[in-house]
Design a binder for this molecule. Structure first.
Ligand code: SAM
Ligand code: SF4
Length: 494
């Protein structure tokens, strides 16, 4: 079955229709979106057990995600823009109780992950730096439950907000064994950050960077462009300040606007226009490239040349393993096939363990834990995996998931696609490539499709375009094997 049944005219019509709508940058770059996943079918344990059996013959590398869902309440709620599932922070005991549940969820896995190799750890949220000093070491206890002793060289990242990264806390994070932090800054300007209701200042951001540097912690900074009232100059001012500080990794997201956020409901008139947002994207590419950064994905920028005013060194900061591994799902180590897996533990955590390269095994599944804290607790109290929903990928889903990961890097490796699926990605999506080529959004050379200029900016829209045919099949209940039955999309924006 073809992966798209669109004609070139359909492709052009789709682009004309979607071009000026705010594009939805899915945080989860896989296929299909969680809207299409199905209610827990009770087979979670069976899948993990079969996978553990396969792990004895295969090379599974795990990138472990631990979710800490709590956030300091803001006015407007959810920082005005955030679409992640989170819970209001109500006090210290809430966190220590939650860590008990996290540990008990890890216990449910028994030794099912012990045949895998832990490749990286990411503690995200929510706001993991709400934890108290002694609690960071507890996170490592949970990791050891799953994988035994953790090799010291492994990248271990913890996410947080600037005002909670005090010097003592940064020391506690470092002492617990973390090697990297990811700080959500969004805006450096004290005027613009106010839209989010966050009590955060530019000074707190710069202080936190100094503490990371003292503690020799690598650091990523998240920024958002397309923010209410933000101009190109505002954006460049922040990028310049951070580039001068010596930061080695900047994640520069386009603001994702959707249904229930305050920005979507009350700030639309303040948002930059599409033309201004595209200009911001182009200017950021020009600026960061000129300042020694390499664009690793549509929004990830890695420093490759020294710059800055020499204040901060951020020792060892040139590794970004969690993100890099998950973009390369499949690789060869000599004659061994190595697959990268995302294993998610905690409230709303997602797992993506591509355990068999054969769609018939039903072991290419995606799963998401409960997004209600009560349901998460209740499942664990009942000794069950706290999985809310899952999706078993059929072959077209595996192909699209692969292509989506590649597209994040703005390059599709046609040879690797052929090696993985035994077919030609050009032929399978020919009308799409023809139309994008004619618009100057892609170039095809040396076995690679490269997304260029605003072709890269539009990648979220182009991912939606590529999955059109398959999503219609899923809505219509076309059976392709791999467990595909008619599904009713749930309303979840992840
Ligand atoms: C899990 S979130 C938040 C981490 C941390 N709690 C914070 O607020 O900074 C990780 C990152 O996703 C990005 N993000 C969240 N909502 C977004 C949206 N609506 N549009 C674009 N980026 C978003 C932000 O840059 C944020 O730092
Ligand atoms: S942006 Fe960060 S702090 Fe704000 S609600 Fe989202 S996860 Fe929580």
């Amino acid at each position: 079955m073809s992966t798209t049944d669109m004609t070139r005219a359909d492709v052009a019509a789709f682009i004309e229709r979607e071009f000026s709508r705010p594009q939805s940058n899915k945080v989860l770059h896989t296929h299909p979106s969680p809207m299409y996943w199905r209610a827990n079918d009770g087979k979670t344990r069976e899948r993990w057990e079969k996978r553990a059996h396969l792990a004895k013959q295969r090379r599974f590398k795990d990138n472990l995600y631990l979710g800490i869902p709590f956030c300091i309440p803001t006015d407007p709620a959810h920082c005005g823009f955030c679409l992640f599932p989170t819970q209001d922070y109500r006090g210290k005991s809430q966190i220590s109780d939650y860590l008990d549940y996290l540990e008990r969820e890890a216990d449910l896995y028994g030794d099912m992950l012990s045949g895998d190799t832990l490749a990286s750890l990411y503690v995200g949220g929510g706001t993991p730096n709400l934890l108290r000093d002694g609690e960071y070491a507890r996170l490592m206890t949970i990791v050891r439950k799953l994988y035994g002793d953790v090799a010291p060289g492994i990248e271990k990242t913890l996410e947080g907000i600037p005002q909670l990264f005090t010097r003592d806390k940064v020391d506690a994070i470092r002492s617990a064994g973390f090697t990297r932090v990811s700080m959500g800054v969004q805006q450096l300007s004290d005027r613009l950050i106010r839209y989010s209701g966050r009590k955060q200042t530019r000074q707190q951001v710069m202080d936190a960077l100094a503490y990371f540097n003292e503690a020799q912690l690598a650091c990523n900074v998240d920024l958002i462009y397309g923010w209410p009232e933000q101009t190109v100059d505002d954006m460049l001012f922040d990028l310049d300040e951070l580039a001068r500080s010596g930061v080695r990794h900047i994640t520069h997201y386009q603001l994702n606007i959707a249904g229930r956020s305050d920005f979507s409901k009350t700030q639309r008139a303040q948002l930059p226009s599409l033309e201004e947002t595209i200009e911001m994207y182009r200017e950021s590419v020009r600026f960061l490239s000129a300042r020694g950064f390499r664009q690793a994905t549509v929004y990830d920028w890695e420093r490759i040349a020294p710059d800055g005013d020499g204040r901060f060194e951020f020792a060892g900061a040139e590794r970004y393993e969690y993100e890099t591994h998950l973009r390369r799902l499949l690789s060869m180590d000599g004659s061994d096939l190595v697959t990268q897996h995302m294993i998610g533990i905690g409230y709303a955590a997602i797992s993506m363990p591509p355990s068999s390269w054969s769609p018939d095994d039903g072991l290419n599944w995606l799963q998401m834990n409960h997004r209600s804290l009560e349901a998460y607790h209740a499942a664990i109290d009942a000794g069950q995996f706290p999985v809310d929903r899952q999706f078993v990928q059929a072959l077209p889903d595996m192909k699209l998931a692969w292509l989506f990961q590649e597209m994040q890097t703005m390059n599709i490796d046609l040879g690797a696609y052929e090696m993985a699926f035994g077919c030609d990605a050009i032929g399978e999506f020919e009308p799409i490539w023809e139309e994008l080529g004619a618009r100057g959004w892609i170039e095809i050379e040396n076995d690679t499709i490269r997304f260029v200029d605003i072709g890269a900016f539009h990648i979220p829209m182009l991912q939606a375009l590529m999955s059109q045919t398959r999503l219609r099949q899923l809505r219509d209940g076309v059976d392709l094997g791999g467990g595909t039955r008619r599904v009713v999309p749930i309303h979840a924006e992840i």
